[in-house]
Design a binder for this molecule. Structure first.
Ligand code: CTP
Ligand code: MG
Length: 393
C-alpha cells in the first residue's frame, strides 16, 4: 500500500431521481438483490487495482445515507472518499463532483451509479487507456439490433451501418485538466461526458465495454440485474439436508405424528411426544443449514422440550434458521411403518407442517413388506430431506 496521494479520481453520479424506474426512492438507493444499486456500483469501484479518490454525487437530501453506503462499500479499502450534493441535470452533478477532486488527480473517470454491475476490470482498463493515450476513453459494445433513422411520422428514412455503431457505457475516462476545461466551457447539455469532451475539440476512443454494464433505467432493467445476480449464486447456494428418526410403539402412549394427534392409534415412546416425522424434519433442516442436530440444538435435558409436540420443534427450528439468514426451500418426508394408515390425514398433515415452516412440506408413507423392525410392527421410522438457501447478504 503506497501512501502517495492517488492520481485517479472516480466520480459516481447518483443524484438522479429515477423517474423511469418509478420506485419510491431515487434509483441509486433502490434495493438490488439485498444491497442498494449505489453500493453495488461502488463495490466495483473499490475493487479497482489502482487506488482512487472516490466522489459520490447524491441527492441533497440523501447525503447521510449515501455516506453510510459508501463507507460500507469501501470496507477496508484505503480510499479517499467524498460525498457531495448533485444538481438538476447529470452534467451539473458531474461538475459538482469535479469541483471536489484533490490536487493530485490526473485522470478522472465518471460513472453512472445506475450501471450497478460494471466489472472492476472495466474501470482499470479505462484508466490504462487514458494513461496511455491522453485521450478520452469510453467503454462500448457492438450494437446488436439493426438501427434505423425515422422521421416525425415514424417513417424509416435510412438504415444505419451497424458496424460503425457502438453503444456507449460508463465509466468514461479523461485527462483531468482537459475535462475540467471542457466542463468550464460547456454551454449546452450533452448526452454524456464524452460528447462534452469531444465538443471541446478532444479525441475520444472506444474500448471494449461489458454487457453487464447496462444502465438500470426501467423496472425491467432492475429485474434483469436481479436475475443476473441470482444466476451468479453458485448451486452451492442451495443446501440439502437429511434427517432420520425412529420411535418404538408404546401402547400406553398417545400417538402424535406429523404434528397431529391420532386418538385411538398405537402411540410411540420417546423424549417429547415421540413424533418421528417432526423430529426427522427438524434434523433435516438443521443438517441443511449446518447447524447441528436436534440433540445438540434442543438438548434432551431442556425442560422446554420435554413432552413438547412437533409444532414447538418446528417453529423453533425455523426461527433458528432465520436467525442465521436461511430460508427454507422445501421439505420432503417419508414415514415407514405399518400403522397408522397415513393417507387419510396426509392433506391435513401437509397443511399443518407447511404452515409451521412457511415452505412446502410433502409427506409420503410406505411399509416394508413385513421386513425389519417396521415390518414386524415394533416401531416406525421417518426419513426427511430439506433444502435451504441463504438470503442475499
Ligand atoms: N444523475 C445525476 N444527477 C442528475 C441526473 C442524473 O447524478 N441530475 C445520475 C443518475 O443518478 C444516474 C446517472 O446520472 O446514475 C444516469 O442517469 P439516468 O439513468 O437518467 O438516471 P435518472 O436521471 O435518475 O433516471 P430518470 O432519467 O429515469 O429520472
Ligand atoms: Mg435522467
Amino acid at each position: 500500500m503506497n501512501s502517495r496521494p492517488p492520481i485517479v479520481g472516480v466520480i459516481v453520479v447518483a443524484a438522479g431521481s429515477g423517474t423511469r424506474l418509478g420506485a419510491d426512492k431515487p434509483k441509486a438507493f433502490v434495493d438490488l438483490a439485498g444491497r442498494t444499486v449505489l453500493e453495488r456500483s461502488l463495490s466495483s469501484v473499490f475493487a479497482m487495482q489502482r487506488e482512487a479518490q472516490v466522489v459520490v454525487v447524491a441527492p441533497g437530501d440523501l447525503l447521510a445515507e449515501a455516506e453510510e453506503i459508501t463507507s460500507h462499500a469501501a470496507g477496508a479499502a484505503a480510499a479517499s472518499i467524498s460525498v457531495v450534493a448533485g444538481g438538476n441535470t447529470r452534467q451539473l452533478s458531474v461538475a459538482r463532483g469535479l469541483a471536489v477532486l484533490g490536487d493530485s488527480i490526473r485522470i478522472v473517470l465518471v460513472h453512472d451509479a445506475a450501471r450497478a454491475l460494471t466489472p472492476a476490470a472495466v474501470f482499470d482498463a479505462v484508466v490504462t487507456g487514458v494513461a496511455q493515450t491522453g485521450s478520452g476513453i469510453v467503454p462500448g459494445v457492438a450494437v446488436q439490433d439493426t438501427v434505423k433513422r425515422v422521421d416525425d411520422d415514424e417513417t424509416v428514412v435510412e438504415t444505419l451501418d451497424r458496424s460503425e455503431l457502438r453503444s456507449i457505457q460508463t465509466p468514461q475516462g479523461f485527462p483531468r485538466a482537459a475535462l475540467a476545461d471542457a466542463y468550464a466551457e460547456a454551454s449546452i447539455e450533452h448526452t454524456d461526458d464524452a460528447a462534452l469532451f469531444a465538443a471541446a475539440g478532444h479525441t475520444v476512443s472506444v474500448i471494449d465495454g461489458d454487457q453487464a454494464s447496462f444502465k438500470i433505467t426501467t423496472p425491467w432493467d432492475l429485474r434483469r440485474a436481479e436475475g443476473l445476480l441470482s444466476a451468479e449464486t453458485p448451486p452451492a447456494g442451495i443446501r440439502i439436508g437429511i434427517g432420520t428418526d425412529v420411535h418404538a410403539f408404546d401402547d400406553a402412549a398417545e400417538l402424535w405424528l406429523a404434528g397431529l394427534h391420532w386418538p385411538g392409534e398405537r402411540g410411540l415412546s420417546g423424549h417429547s411426544d415421540g413424533d418421528p416425522v417432526a423430529h426427522a424434519i427438524t434434523d433435516a433442516l438443521l443438517s441443511a443449514a449446518g447447524l447441528g442436530d436436534i440433540g445438540t440444538v434442543f438438548g434432551t435435558s431442556d425442560p422446554r422440550f420435554a413432552g413438547a409436540h412437533g409444532d414447538v420443534f418446528l417453529a423453533a427450528t425455523r426461527l433458528r434458521l432465520e436467525e442465521e439468514g436461511f430460508v427454507i426451500g422445501n421439505v420432503a418426508v417419508q414415514l415407514i411403518g405399518n400403522s397408522p394408515r397415513f393417507s387419510p390425514r396426509r392433506v391435513e398433515a401437509e397443511a399443518l407442517l407447511s404452515g409451521l415452516l412457511g415452505a412446502p412440506v410433502s409427506v409420503s408413507a410406505t411399509t416394508t413388506d413385513g421386513l425389519g423392525f417396521a415390518g414386524r410392527g415394533e416401531g416406525v421410522c421417518a426419513i426427511a430431506t430439506a433444502t435451504v438457501s441463504r438470503q442475499y447478504s
